[in-house]
Design a protein. Structure first.
Length: 156
């Protein structure tokens, strides 16, 4: 074999290896992202189920709307459910602000630079929602938010 041919073959193999490893890394990132999304959706359902149980059984202090005034971490054996999409150190649950009491979705769906909690709870409606990382577009934000919360994509 000629030296130029050998150099070309080596360059081609290096390029193919780089592309292959890059594709494998991308695939693993996508799989990890999907698993974190599924875990977050399960956490929302777990918290929502406990809110419903406490409302029905009356075990927690209920507000005038018949829902727990807050979410108590002691409801959860084995630790509190976590939003796996949240940045490390994010607060756990944020109660709806006064101007959000009529809403079923928070005004701010994303963590917005870590300024918001993993989950949003509206005790007036008994609704729990997970916040999501900021996305490149509003459409992608709504899709991610909807998937994390197990809802239709027409969030208000």
């Amino acid at each position: 074999m000629k030296p130029l041919h050998i150099a070309f073959d080596i360059a081609l193999l290096a390029t193919l290896a780089t592309v292959g490893l890059g594709t494998l890394g991308w695939w693993r990132d996508q799989e990890d992202s999907q698993l974190r999304m599924i875990a977050t959706a399960a956490a929302v359902q777990t918290i929502q189920t406990h809110v419903s149980m406490e409302s029905t059984l009356g075990g927690a202090q209920l507000n005038s709307d018949g829902f727990p005034s807050s979410i108590d971490p002691r409801w959860f054996e084995g630790g509190t459910p976590l939003n796996r999409l949240a940045p490390e150190g994010a607060p756990w649950v944020e109660l709806a602000a006064r101007d959000e009491v009529d809403r079923v979705h928070p005004k701010q769906m994303s963590f917005s630079g870590g300024r918001h909690a993993m989950f949003w709870y509206n005790p007036t409606k008994g609704v729990v929602r997970a916040r999501v990382p900021e996305q490149a577009s509003d459409l992608r934000m709504k899709e991610t938010y909807s998937a994390a919360n197990g809802i239709a994509t027409d969030a208000d």
